[in-house]
Design a protein around this ligand. Structure first.
Ligand SMILES: [Zn+2]
Length: 347
């Protein structure tokens, strides 16, 4: 079928004039919409067709279809040309790409870094898992029972004063003051033998200064089995601290102390990692305080449904901030959640 209608031939000529002027994909798309779109020229003609007498319809209809086909083909051909051109341009760019070229702006691009918490928790996790301990977690909002009573700290116990607590408006609920509450969850949910570690955030209602914050991180280790004694605790502490500070000749010193949920309770010191004869960081003593430890109190075992006549356990805990401050030489605990980019960029 050939187009013989003058108005259609005229339209075809206009189309071709406009087509040669299209230089971009956007211009091409605009042309497509003008001619082939829902309200485009071709559909306009189709609509006119409906009102024509049958004879004219027969003559005119196929010519419109022919015109539509020509326009579609020419449009697609030019689209293809554009694609080929773009591809070749990209190819040429790659050919001329100089891998040795210096790009100064790349150096200014911001890049992220891990928080010191993340570094240390990963390190601690590695040591604990290498000793066969499993990761345990518990809620940050706790009941009084999990945070205090099960840990041998009843309501009238003076030890509650040692831990200023954020109480929630719901009676009996609080923000946990230590990760020892996770030990209770674990002992209640699992039967011994069990070995877990519990890194997590804890909260204290305290005035803040360079060494105190209202929120900080703790990590505790707990081992429950038959015949667990101080010997196990000593050797576990030694392996743990030596791994943590990557120092095979590190010594451990235990001093009697008091924590309601252990008996005996022991303060853990490590030999100074910075000196051999006394320095400012160990206050000339050659020892650095690292945390608390002890044998799990029978009352705590009993509260969790574990028979203290059959099982015993040991536990120890450290503060992640204290560790980070020691290892990285940080002098203000509040920097950890200050959100200061300059501080975080160093790690
Ligand atoms: Zn020292």
């Amino acid at each position: 079928m050939k187009i013989i209608d003058q108005s259609l031939l005229q339209l075809l000529e206009t189309w071709r004039n406009e087509l040669v002027q299209a230089n971009t994909d956007q211009q091409l798309e605009a042309l497509r919409i003008t001619y082939l779109g829902r309200n485009g020229r071709i559909n306009e003609l189709m609509a006119q067709l409906k009102t024509m007498p049958l004879e004219e319809k027969r003559a005119f209809g196929p010519q419109i279809q022919e015109l539509q086909q020509i326009i579609t083909q020419e449009l697609q051909a030019l689209q293809q040309t554009f694609i080929t051109q773009a591809f070749n341009q990209e190819l040429n760019k790659q050919k001329d790409f100089d891998v040795t070229a210096h790009v100064p702006s790349a150096l200014d691009k911001p890049s992220g870094s891990l928080h010191p918490y993340t570094h240390l928790i990963e390190r601690i996790e590695d040591i604990f898992t290498s000793m066969g301990f499993a990761y345990a977690k518990g809620p940050e909002v706790e009941t009084e029972w999990y945070n205090f009573e099960a840990l041998n700290i009843p309501a009238d116990h003076p030890a509650r004063d040692m831990q200023d607590t954020f109480w929630l408006t719901t009676p009996g609920l609080l923000l946990r003051t230590h990760t020892s509450s996770v030990q209770i969850h674990t002992m209640k949910n699992q039967q011994p033998p069990l070995a877990v570690f519990t890194p997590g955030r804890v909260f204290r209602h305290e005035a803040t200064d360079a060494t105190h914050d209202f929120m900080f991180m703790q990590c505790e280790g707990l081992l429950i089995d038959k015949n667990i004694s101080l010997t196990h605790l000593c050797s576990l502490l030694k392996v743990f601290m030596r791994g943590l500070f990557e120092k095979n000749d590190l010594s451990i010193r235990l001093r009697p102390s008091y924590f309601p949920f252990v008996e005996p309770g022991l303060e853990v010191d490590i030999s100074c990692i910075f000196c051999k004869t006394g320095c400012a960081l160990c206050k000339k003593t050659q020892w650095i305080e690292m945390g608390g430890s002890g044998l799990v109190h029978p009352a705590t075992l009993k509260a969790c449904g574990i028979d203290p006549a059959v099982y015993s356990g040991c536990a120890w805990g450290i503060g992640i901030e204290r560790l980070a401050m020691l290892l990285y030489g940080i002098n203000d605990i509040r920097l950890f959640h200050s959100g200061k980019i300059e501080f975080l960029k160093q790690f």
